[in-house]
Design a protein around this ligand. Structure first.
Ligand code: FDA
Length: 331
């Protein structure tokens, strides 16, 4: 690696660490969700604040041929009633998906269900959602949060899995422990979503150089494909995607034995191209008012987003002043 690209990666890592730190600042989150100027940038990633807005977006994606999974935004709740309210929203979402004939598939975070305040509450809340999902044949994916939650997340999923076998977990290629986790999950016939990892983890536990994370991703992806585990590859990395497709083709593994998953608003060109080539593409569709930490992680993943956001904020500010304070949002 050249000195320049090393310096670039270090700078990027610093920015990522800063943005990740900001993503945990609740007061800033409360402020940001009230400032209209952030709306246009957020709207790229988050389909709306209400279930109705989400249903419209989901209908359009389905009409275009995409599979979907819905994230009712929220995480790190600090009170039991917030966890209960989150479960209510998930239940309502699952029922609405079933009623409208939309893809019955949701993704949730355990800290939204109270993991950090009371493990029993968290388990009871997740059980409620698993039962509701099982009742209408919906799939539930438990997202993976930072490394302090890995064991608790996998353990809780194992405990509640019998309530809804149509459920699965997420493995982060960046974590050094992941090959061992994958082996255990393969033995359990677990549906696995493989991602690189969105959290800023210590070097003792996680790979931090891009190239190393990419290599780990590919190795785990190949392992899952070879085992016939019907993996979900959550990445927008075109190079990795082509390598996985190439491997699958050489091994005679058909496109119905795996799927690609991408975030709403990210690499729409790649999503469409894969769909045209006959691959299953599932779009991760977040909605809700608690968008701040999710949005900040999207910023941290791609520093260019920050420059773009700042430019649009400045532009909004100028046009807002010209228009006597009212601001136009480009959707
Ligand atoms: P990489 O970061 O190398 O990006 C490849 C290319 O994609 C970039 O060059 C850029 O073009 C584009 N891109 C990526 N991120 C972008 C962004 N935010 N804005 C604009 N362009 C962007 N993580 C986690 O820790 N736990 C989880 O449960 C999940 N769940 C999950 C579900 C799904 C469906 C996806 C797609 C991702 C996740 N992630 C996740 C996030 C994941 O770990 C990772 O942080 C992001 O996907 C970015 O990594 P890529 O694999 O896309 O590669």
């Amino acid at each position: 690696m050249s000195l320049r690209s090393t310096a670039g990666e270090l700078g990027e890592r610093g920015l990522k660490a800063g943005l990740t730190w900001l993503s945990h600042r609740r007061a800033l989150g409360r402020l940001a969700t009230r400032v209209p100027i952030t709306k246009p940038m957020v709207a790229r990633f988050v389909v709306g604040q209400t279930l109705d807005e989400a249903l419209v977006a989901l209908g359009k994606l389905r009409a275009a041929g995409y599979a979907t999974t819905v994230d009712v935004l929220g995480e790190s709740v600090t009170a039991a009633d917030l966890a209960t309210a989150a479960a209510d929203r998930y239940e309502a979402t699952i029922h609405a998906l079933a009623e409208r004939g939309l893809d019955r598939n949701v993704s949730l975070k355990l800290t939204q269900m109270g993991l950090d305040i009371d493990p029993d509450l968290c388990r009871a809340t997740v059980e409620r959602i698993f039962r509701a999902a099982a009742g209408v044949g919906a799939f539930v994916r438990i997202d993976m949060e930072d490394h302090t939650k890995t064991d608790r997340t996998l353990d809780l999923w194992r405990a509640v899995r019998p309530l809804n076998p149509a459920s699965g977990v997420v493995i982060q290629a960046a974590l050094r422990r992941s090959p061992a986790d994958v082996e255990r999950l393969l033995a359990e016939n677990a549906p696995v979503r493989l991602c690189k990892g969105a959290y800023n983890e210590p070097a003792s536990l996680a790979f931090r150089e891009r190239a190393v994370v990419d290599r780990a991703y590919l190795e785990l992806g190949v392992r899952l494909l070879r085992a016939g585990a019907r993996p979900a590859f959550a990445t927008h990395d075109g190079r990795i995607i082509e390598q996985l497709i190439g491997f699958a083709e050489r091994e005679g593994i058909g496109p119905d034995a795996y799927e690609f998953q991408m975030l709403n608003g990210v690499r729409r060109d790649l999503q469409a191209a894969l769909l045209r080539r006959g691959f299953r593409v599932r779009v991760y569709v977040p909605y809700g008012t608690e968008w701040y930490p999710y949005f900040m992680r999207r910023m941290a993943e791609r520093p260019a987003n920050v420059a773009f956001m700042l430019r649009s904020v400045l532009k909004e500010g100028r046009s807002g002043r010209q228009a006597g304070g009212s601001s136009r949002h480009a959707g």
